[in-house]
Write a protein that binds this ligand. Structure first.
Ligand code: F6P
Length: 357
């Protein structure tokens, strides 16, 4: 039986397109896929491997760590630190930059990752994933410090995520489109199954955590209210809503069938500009979404243009089908110009006035 192209074959093919490529980047991607396979195995074993539940510790952001968060973080570090391709790493689970242990050679790339995103879903057996981003280490820097990681998302060399769901998949971009690979567990390889993923421009599906509605800003209120009014409202069509609480699963759905995902800025915690982290959640997903023909915005500008100021900085995220993201950006502009008065009014949130048409 003929099998499809493996991820290894695919990246070596890509490498051949670059006359001066040393193979270092290809080897790094190969280590990353091994880390994801290992995590896929552990997630798939779940309670059988004693992997469920809390670890009893908190990460730097004060979040409860799950046992699998800790294990996945270790797997990423151990699988990628030895190869000589990385200069340092940043993880959601670690305070500051992780330096490559002295016994290993240092390389030219920086790796930034969220080892297990959506980990509140682990115990309930809903899809989770890993997200990663590769940057170039600045020339001449041998021990990268925080500021060396504070590069805009537009500087990413590669972005990807693994989704551990009914099947495990790896979705990758090197800046020339997006390809999806499915793990064939029997032969232990990721096989290309979703070449050149493209997000439809239009959609009638959106994802947002509506329990935060009272904290949203008026442009987001306006957008969601218009969708909810369906065929008889200003959009003239019915919308469907989804919320998995696992960004990887939401982005994956959008890549496959279109849609819009929002974790916008809100007033729930005035110290936080949003919920999702810029360097290892928003930026890699924004690169993937743009490379698939979609758009990714804070509501006020392109995510990939945000100049980072902190490693674990948060940012508002609105991504998916291009026409919808552009519409929400317009709503933000109109709000700033005072052109959306009915929607800016607190009365908009009451039942009687603007709800139900
Ligand atoms: O940390 C990120 C994350 O778990 C995302 O994967 C997900 O989109 C979001 O948080 C869920 O947030 P909430 O718990 O507010 O629904």
């Amino acid at each position: 039986m003929r099998r499809g192209t493996t991820l290894t074959e695919f990246i070596i093919g890509e490498q051949r397109g670059f006359a001066h490529a040393s193979g270092g980047f290809t080897a790094l991607v190969s280590d990353l896929q091994l880390a994801c396979k290992h995590i896929a195995y552990l997630v798939g074993k779940g309670a059988l491997a004693g992997a469920l539940g809390r670890s009893g510790s908190e990460n730097v952001q004060g979040e409860q760590q799950m046992k699998l968060d800790v294990a996945a973080n270790e797997i990423f570090l151990r699988t990628t630190q030895w190869g000589g391709h990385l200069a340092a790493m940043v993880s959601e689970e670690l305070d500051g930059p992780y330096q490559i242990p002295k016994q290993y050679p240092r390389g030219r790339y920086l790796l930034v990752f969220d080892p297990l995103d959506g980990s509140s879903n682990i115990d309930v057996n809903v899809s989770v994933g890993s997200i990663f981003s590769v940057l170039r280490a600045p020339e001449g820097v041998s021990e990268p410090a925080t500021e060396d990681f504070l590069q805009p998302g537009s500087a990413q060399v590669c972005a990807g995520y693994a989704i551990y769901g009914p099947t495990s998949m790896l979705v990758l971009t090197f800046g020339r489109g997006v390809n999806g690979f499915t793990l064939d567990r029997e032969i232990g390889e990721f096989i290309i199954t979703h070449p050149d993923l493209r997000i439809p421009e239009e959609t009638s599906e959106f994802a947002i955590n509506t329990s935060n509605e009272r904290f949203w800003e008026p442009p987001v209120n306006r957008y969601v209210a218009e969708c909810l009014r369906g065929r008889s409202g200003p959009r003239g069509k019915d919308f469907n809503m989804r919320w998995i609480a696992s960004m990887v699963a939401e982005v994956h759905r959008i890549l496959v069938r279109g849609g819009l995902f929002m974790y916008p800025r809100d007033t729930k915690d005035p110290k936080r500009a949003g919920r999702l982290r810029l360097l290892y959640e928003a930026n890699p997903m924004a690169m993937i979404v743009e490379q698939a023909g979609g758009a990714a915005s804070t509501g006020r500008g392109r995510i990939l243009d945000v100049a980072p100021t902190e490693l674990h900085q948060r940012v508002p995220v609105i991504l998916g089908s291009k026409a919808e993201v552009e519409r929400i950006e317009r709503y933000h502009r109109e709000h700033e110009q005072g052109l959306d008065r009915p929607f800016a009014s607190p009365l908009f949130n009451t039942r009687s006035l603007f709800r139900g048409g």
